[in-house]
Design a protein around this ligand. Structure first.
Ligand SMILES: [Cu+2]
Length: 161
């Protein structure tokens, strides 16, 4: 049995937990959830197993972007915004969560975050983000194995305002 298969099983269990069991949301860098009335651009991203159609992204400081993430794969995927360091920490936490679950047999509360979405196979999810300048900002899927397979890209800041 592959690790990936186990990881996905754990993920499916985890997302079945009631909302009340969720851990508090992480705050990652690079901005904050955006005001839907201030959207200036829509970015569509297609997720497959395991890649994003979007390879990199350039934004302006303060820009509010609506992301539309469509999952055309057979596995759940995340699309999260954070610094490279935050993604590394988040990935380590998710791995620990899955290990714990394999040992105890109990489903863990889903990891919840404000800086992106989890998209189930065949579904589309949207979120709105207002960017603030941060070094080493990335969009990524932190499900174990996916980041390593290349599900991440750089977000750079350009243009004036
Ligand atoms: Cu993924």
């Amino acid at each position: 049995m592959s690790f990936r298969r186990l990881a996905v099983g754990a993920w499916a269990l985890a997302i079945a937990m009631p909302v009340s069991a969720h851990e508090p949301g992480h705050s990652m860098g690079g901005g904050k959830p955006g005001d839907p009335t201030r959207i200036t651009r829509t970015v569509e991203v297609r997720a497959t197993d395991n890649a994003f159609s979007l390879k990199s992204l350039q934004v302006r400081e303060g820009e509010t972007v609506r992301f539309v993430i469509r999952n055309d794969g057979f596995e759940a995927h995340e699309f999260l915004i954070g610094t490279a360091h935050e993604h590394a920490e988040h990935l380590a936490m998710m791995k620990a969560m899955i290990e714990r679950q394999k040992k105890t047999g109990h489903a863990m509360a889903m990891d919840h975050h404000d800086s992106g979405v989890t998209v189930l196979p065949g579904e589309t999810a949207t979120f709105v983000w207002t960017f603030a300048r941060a070094a080493d900002l990335q969009f990524a899927c932190d499900i174990p194995g996916h980041y390593e397979d290349g599900m991440h890209g750089a977000i750079s800041f350009g243009g004036g305002r």
